[in-house]
Design a protein around this ligand. Structure first.
Ligand SMILES: [Fe+2]
Length: 194
């Protein structure tokens, strides 16, 4: 497995919320996951990825995919912090929650890659549409770089795939933070439908 240092640097500059993870080993693995996945795509930065939940869903007006990852991370931490304050017995590991949020869409560089999208759309009966969604590929990425199992669970089960399983506490928070990012913006007309 090769991970390019320039892509690591790109990820660090896109995601200042990495500083919310106090464990340096975990923080570096999150950087590795994004850098590895960017390296399997034509993207060189999270900022270049279409700012939407799926390749064919509405985009964020005047925003980037980086804004989504950062926003979901801040929302997930705020949700976790608020609930923990009210219910101290909640077993929230803040480092792990931040890593889960930062990595939930780590498979997007693969699924959103314009070259793959063009190939898949030209022969959907042969390739599947899409053959591999970002949660599936994100799980592969997290396992490959050696992230903890729950971060792999966040990548794999934050979205519709998670309806087939019971989500962990941290992944339940990330799942709701993800929708809490898109839905109010949609309601306010801040998403572009084309
Ligand atoms: Fe997301």
């Amino acid at each position: 497995m090769e991970i390019r240092e320039d892509l690591r640097e790109s990820v660090r500059s896109s995601l200042p919320e990495l500083s919310e993870i106090t464990d340096g080993t975990l923080r570096n693995l999150v950087v590795d996951a994004w850098a590895y996945c960017l390296g399997q795509s034509s993207f060189r930065s999270i900022d270049e990825i279409r700012p939407s939940g799926n390749p064919d869903t509405p985009t964020l007006k005047g925003g980037t995919q980086t804004d989504h990852i950062r926003g979901v991370t801040r929302l997930a931490l705020a949700l976790g912090d608020t609930l923990k304050e009210q219910f101290p017995q909640l077993p929230i590991d803040r480092d792990l929650l931040a890593a889960c949020a930062l990595c939930h869409d780590v498979g997007k560089p693969y699924e959103f890659d314009p070259e793959r999208q063009a190939r898949w759309s030209s022969r959907p009966a042969a390739s599947g549409w899409p053959p591999i969604r970002h949660p599936q590929y994100g799980t592969h990425v997290c396992l490959t770089v050696g992230l903890p199992e729950e971060v792999c669970h966040a990548a794999g089960c934050h979205s519709g795939e998670g309806e087939l399983v019971r989500r962990s506490l941290h992944v339940t928070i990330v799942h709701h933070a993800d929708y809490a990012f898109w839905r109010p913006l949609e309601a306010a007309g801040l998403l572009d439908s084309n």
